[in-house]
Design a protein around this ligand. Structure first.
Ligand SMILES: [Zn+2]
Length: 227
């Protein structure tokens, strides 16, 4: 009788940890699995992550931020750079838990002439000096373009990028060969409707994430002057 091949214990531990992190994201309501979701692109998928919900549970965010900070604890970090206001809560939690007690700044994303653009407010640019060590934080890395642009900007200002930390990233995404630490690294397979195995099985299609954009309850209020 031959023994079953044993898995590398380090790989098993990483796998278990990733499952725990995914479970935490599921408990925030951000991660949907075993579903049949219509994406804004028109493609179908069985898994979906709602970006706006990932940091709604303070104790979870603090815990996840501490895991990222622990990974980068061996390197001194002067500044945590959030990719934008969206990743700022996570960035704060990472900075709070890092032994170097770094400060936190954030970029702003936008489009300019049809191209993605990332900028840093002037006040923040002044905090990046030559030899400043920066840790870039993003919540979800999907195409990697925002993170790549931000790293370029940070380096143009003379600072040095220690690494990139995130909650989740697509395994296939390329971040210029930088040291990346993600709590969950996963690709969600997406299908064209005519090739979708879930459609073939007759699973009802969840159109909530696409239609919610159009059938929203009032999302803003305006100040009205009654003088
Ligand atoms: Zn389908």
């Amino acid at each position: 009788m031959s023994a079953a091949p044993r898995k590398d214990p380090v790989a098993v531990e990483a796998e278990v940890r990733e499952k725990i992190h995914l479970e935490i994201l599921k408990r925030t309501g951000a991660y949907h699995a075993n579903d049949h979701v219509l994406l804004p692109s028109g493609q179908h998928t069985s898994e979906y992550i709602e970006k706006t919900l990932v940091t709604t549970e303070p104790s979870f965010t603090e815990g996840l931020g501490a895991v990222i900070a622990k990974h980068f604890a061996q390197w001194p970090v002067d500044v945590v750079v959030s990719t934008g206001p969206g990743a700022l809560i996570l960035s704060h939690c990472v900075a709070r838990a890092h032994p170097s007690r770094p400060i936190v700044i954030y970029g702003t994303k936008g489009m300019s002439a049809g191209k993605r653009r990332v900028t840093l407010p002037v006040e923040f640019q002044r905090l990046l000096r030559p030899a400043t060590r920066a840790l870039v934080i993003e919540d979800l890395v999907s195409s990697g373009s925002t993170v790549n642009l931000l790293m370029q900007l940070v380096e143009q200002l003379g600072a040095q990028v220690v690494g990139v930390g995130c909650l989740w990233r697509r395994t296939s995404v390329d971040l210029d060969g930088r040291p990346v630490f993600s709590l969950v690294s996963r690709d969600f397979p997406t299908y064209r409707p005519d090739e979708c195995p879930l459609c073939r099985k007759g699973t009802p299609l969840n159109e909530e994430f696409v239609h919610r954009r159009h059938h929203r309850r009032p999302s803003s209020v305006q100040e009205t002057r009654t003088e």
